[in-house]
Design a protein. Structure first.
Length: 314
């Protein structure tokens, strides 16, 4: 079983650097600094060369990156004569969300604070059937989690982040909204919040408003309904794996690597999927069952490395 927090942290850091590079238009290098006026504004020639994607739905909300030169701080952007909400800007790139507009092909215009403007004629198309396909949700794993939340899940499919700067893809499970820890075009890593028991749809929504749905794919269940008796083991990313055994709905033993460090007689009861032990010698171990196959918790017990762990039922 992987350590979900550490895996996502490594991927997230790499992904954020990649997205930042795309948003700034820096294909492996920093853009050259434009010439500056005495007021600190760019005096380079103002041009609008591309917009990506070049089409979106009439309802608006599509994230677009406009490239060119000579953009000043505070520059405005209109698409089809309607002002957009600018998200990120530099002297060569403006990232924004489109406003609602009737279908058709329209001009993209950047206007600097000094009054200069430049246009990309017919650069953007509002289409009822956009050229970019909607996201498709294929699976979620695990498909069952605790009503208390905190279950790490991996959602797979296609079209989640159709452009690298679109980091705002959202996931809903029933009426619970999730901001993913990380997402790329085919995979979303997220942590499920608390929710009432029941079966719910998994819905992925891209920035352009298009959605993908997997009906009834995830079930919130009361943790006491899980069969958590058996042997559990964490990953060994930072040291010996954490191992523990639950018997007759009680924590019977815990240890690291091949050694059993502590046994409990009678076993420590597991209540609502949770258990905890703290000894006078500083030994501490606590955990929570978040799905039929995943548990998480903390440990401070030699020879274990004090840490937050994720474990899988063996």
């Amino acid at each position: 079983m992987f350590d979900f927090n550490r895996l996502v942290a490594r991927i997230l850091i790499a992904g954020l650097f990649a997205c930042a590079g795309m948003a700034l238009g820096c294909e492996g290098h920093s853009p050259s600094a434009p010439s500056q006026s005495s007021a600190g504004q760019s005096t380079a020639a103002l041009t609008v060369t591309t917009i990506s994607p070049s089409s979106g739905v009439p309802d608006g909300g599509t994230a677009v990156a406009v490239s060119g030169s000579g953009f000043q701080t505070g520059a405005s952007l209109t698409i089809g004569g309607i002002a957009t909400s600018v998200i990120v800007e530099s002297s060569t790139t403006i990232v924004a969300r489109t406003a609602a507009h009737a279908t058709g092909t329209v001009d993209v215009v950047v206007t600097n604070r000094d009054g200069r403007s430049a246009a990309l004629t017919g650069g953007y198309t509002y289409a009822s059937d956009p050229l970019v396909p909607p996201p498709v949700v294929m699976s979620i794993s695990p498909s069952i989690g605790s009503t208390g939340g905190a279950t790490p899940v991996v959602i797979t499919g296609t079209g989640f982040q159709r452009a690298g700067y679109q980091s705002g893809v959202l996931v809903t499970l029933g009426d619970a909204v999730i901001s993913p820890l990380y997402a790329n075009s085919t995979t979303i890593w997220a942590e499920v919040p608390a929710h009432a028991p029941g079966q719910v749809d998994v819905v992925v929504t891209n920035w352009d408003g298009q959605t993908g749905r997997l009906s009834g794919a995830y079930t919130f269940a009361l943790p006491e309904s899980f069969d958590f008796n058996g042997n559990w083991q964490s990953d060994d990313h930072d040291g010996p794996p954490v191992r523990f055994t639950i018997q007759n709905d009680g924590l019977a033993s815990v240890g690291c690597g091949t050694a059993t460090t502590r046994t409990f007689s009678p076993p420590i009861p597991v209540s609502n999927g949770e258990f905890s032990f703290s000894g006078d010698d500083g030994v501490a171990f606590s955990g929570r069952i978040v799905s039929p196959s995943i548990a998480r918790g903390t440990i401070s017990m030699a020879p274990c490395i004090p840490m937050t762990w994720y474990a899988a039922k063996q």
